[in-house]
Design a protein around this ligand. Structure first.
Ligand SMILES: [Zn+2]
Ligand SMILES: [Zn+2]
Length: 246
């Protein structure tokens, strides 16, 4: 498993640069992966000679491994979205965002051709030309839900072991999981009492499509319980971009 210490906890200023929204890239076909709900979009060109079904199969496998929303872009008015849970829908517009390239490995490798090389080079120029300024903090999925009276009653305080009520140790990975009452702006600075979900290692479903290893040490766009610091940390989805195949 690869270290992602550079972005663990999504501490301020740890993230990539804040983008502005560029026009759509026109080097079809290509695959776009949404990075949480922040503006970053990972992009990779695909073989133009592949039939539509083969391209869609790759998009499905990519989404199934990464568990990130994925879009197959076939033309200016022709896109197929595959959600993290595998739902497929067609659309007449391609996604727009701040391009990131060469970070996520595709579910299938294919030989380089003059056409692919040319479009890959065009995509690299497109990405370089559309990088924003400033830094992204978080990925927009930190909120959880507002805590009601019953939640506050159930989750307030700690057990005899000092572990917050609502968290239990997973019998399989021995890490904590469950509901956590956020009262001090954990994750996004929102001081409204919120219920956030804490995930154990077993619940880290975000895998690299190339090597099958986790994209980060913990589930993306999710919280984990740090037993040493005795607090929750949020793992923003852009931590996936730090993965390197072993
Ligand atoms: Zn577990
Ligand atoms: Zn990998």
């Amino acid at each position: 498993m690869k270290s992602t210490t550079s972005c663990v906890g999504a501490r301020p200023s740890a993230g990539p640069r804040v983008p502005h929204l560029p026009p759509a890239f026109d080097g079809y076909p290509y695959l776009v992966t949404r990075i949480g709900h922040c503006p970053l979009r990972h992009m990779a060109v695909l073989p133009a000679e592949w039939p539509r079904e083969r391209l869609l199969d790759l998009a499905r496998r990519q989404a199934a491994a990464n568990r990130l929303d994925t879009c197959l872009c076939l033309g200016p008015g022709d896109a197929i979205y595959v959600t993290a849970d595998g739902t497929v829908s067609e659309a007449d517009s391609v996604p727009s965002g701040s391009p990131v390239v060469d970070r996520l490995v595709l579910a299938e490798s294919f030989p380089d051709t003059p056409d692919l090389s040319a479009r890959r080079a065009a995509l690299a120029r497109f990405a370089a030309a559309n990088r924003g300024a400033g830094y992204i903090v978080g990925d927009g999925l930190e909120s959880g839900r507002a805590a009601g009276h019953a939640d506050i009653e159930r989750l307030s305080g700690t057990g005899a072991d000092g572990i917050p009520n609502g968290l239990t140790r997973c019998p399989d990975c021995s890490r904590f999981r469950g509901d956590y009452l956020a009262l001090t702006g954990q994750g996004n600075g929102d001081m409204t009492p919120r219920v956030i979900r804490v995930h154990c290692r077993c619940e880290n479903l975000n895998r690299c499509a190339g090597c099958g290893e986790p994209l980060a040490n913990w589930r993306l766009s999710a919280y984990y319980w740090d037993e040493i610091e005795r607090k929750v940390w949020y793992i923003a989805a852009y931590c996936a971009l730090s993965h390197h195949c072993g």
